[in-house]
Design a protein around this ligand. Structure first.
Ligand code: PLP
Length: 399
């Protein structure tokens, strides 16, 4: 007998993928330049030179037996030490290699952390709108997803609603800043209030309640905004990091889990994450990609392109009469739909060859996500279509 839950996950493509596949078909029908695909978070800016140069150096200087060999399950110790040094330099911490566990991107970091920290029947809080895969990752552990809507004007966490949701079954809360799909960066003020609420709940229920900080967009921030480093504010924080977005390497699968020594019983938490990685069959993160990271620490792809796209879209779409949340990070815009049904709006947008993701996928209604990690030229070509879409709904007077 096949596992019904797994069958359903395999048989039912995510709505985002579905839209992307539709875009491919449509491009074949009417030409790629006539379809404006804003569906996927696939970085369009090439990886920085340090990636290509690092890979060339590795291939020419490291023997294949080493380069392609298994590393230790937690990852190569020199790589982990280099990453720890980099974090220490930025955050004034004192971490060592033993606090890092290398993974295949943030997805594997999240599944390993959730498997390690969350038990069957426990609850994990996610702040809506949220990355849809959280639900899949959490439910696989047998835990229950507790959705808490964020403030609907700022998309900052609603601390009172979180307090009302915390209970003796709460095992963890996932915090994603900068956020997919809103681009919001959680402010220091919100982080302090959240930390206080969680600490109170830990004391009340006499058990750790973990923050799982999902941070693949940490470096993708604009206008000098700072992303608070959560372990500094709340001791029971593990960080799931990925190089997918910062180095434009999403298909290569490299990231890590950081278990700071300040986490309660951090040694056991680390070993549980290693055990989860083992049970999930991760073996080790890709060896060559691990070894690449020390060449690229502190580097990012040219994010000025995303910033330019963000400003262009914000300015133009606002002038057409749309309402948008100004994002400080990631490469997504969350646009309010002028009708109650986001799905209906996204269907109408398709008439203008605009592929926008309805917010229902992210656990809230009334918005669409626009992924602007595309070329600026695509945005410029798409603007007349957005304008016609606004006119279809009688918004503003257009430009
Ligand atoms: N978390 C969030 C919020 C994301 O948006 C993504 C990918 O889009 C991931 C995790 C997964 O990232 P990775 O490619 O590193 O597994």
């Amino acid at each position: 007998m096949i596992n019904k839950k797994m069958y359903e996950l395999g048989a039912k493509r995510s709505e985002i993928r579905e839209l992307f596949e539709y875009g491919l078909r449509r491009k074949a029908e009417i030409g790629a330049e006539n379809v404006f695909d804003f569906s996927l978070g696939n970085p369009s800016v090439p990886a920085p030179d340090s990636v290509t140069e690092g890979l060339q150096k590795l291939v020419s200087e490291v023997s294949p037996e080493t380069l392609h060999a298994y590393t230790s399950a937690a990852g190569d110790v020199t790589v982990r030490a280099a990453i720890a040094d980099y974090i220490n330099k930025n955050e004034g911490t004192d971490y060592g290699a033993e606090s890092l566990y290398m993974t295949m991107g943030a997805a594997a970091a999240l599944t390993a952390s959730l498997t390690a920290l969350v038990g069957e029947g426990e609850e994990v809080i996610v702040l809506a709108p949220y990355f849809p895969e959280y639900k899949v990752f959490i439910e696989r552990t047998g835990a229950i997803v507790r959705e808490v809507p964020s403030d609907n004007l700022t998309f900052q966490p609603d601390i009172d609603a979180i307090k009302a949701t915390l209970n003796e079954k709460t095992a963890a809360i996932i915090i994603n800043s900068p956020n997919n799909p809103t681009g919001t960066v959680i402010t220091e003020e919100s982080v302090i209030a959240l930390a206080e609420a969680l600490k109170d709940a830990e004391d009340r229920y006499s058990k750790p309640i973990y923050i799982i900080a999902d941070e693949p967009y940490r470096e993708l921030v604009y206008g000098g905004v700072k992303v608070p480093f959560l372990p500094k504010y709340y001791r029971d924080t593990v960080v799931c990091y990925s190089y997918s977005k910062s180095l434009s390497l999403p298909g290569e699968r490299i990231g890590y889990v950081l278990v700071p020594p300040t986490v309660s019983d951090s040694g056991s938490v680390y070993l549980a994450i290693a055990g989860a990685g083992r049970a999930l069959g991760f073996v080790c993160a890709p060896s060559m990609l691990q070894r690449l990271i020390p060449f690229c620490l502190g580097d990012t792809s040219d994010i000025s392109v995303y910033d330019r796209n963000r400003r262009l879209l914000l300015e133009e779409l606002t002038s057409y009469g749309f309402t948008l949340v100004k994002p400080d990070g990631a490469f997504y815009l969350f646009m309010k739909t002028p009708c109650p049904s986001a799905k209906e709006f996204a269907e109408v947008a398709k008439k203008f060859e605009l592929l926008l993701v309805p917010s229902d996928s992210f656990g809230c209604g009334g918005y669409v996500r626009i992924s602007y990690c595309v070329t600026t030229e695509q945005i410029e070509r798409a603007l007349p279509a957005f304008k016609r879409l606004a006119e279809e709904y009688g918004l503003g007077r257009g430009k």
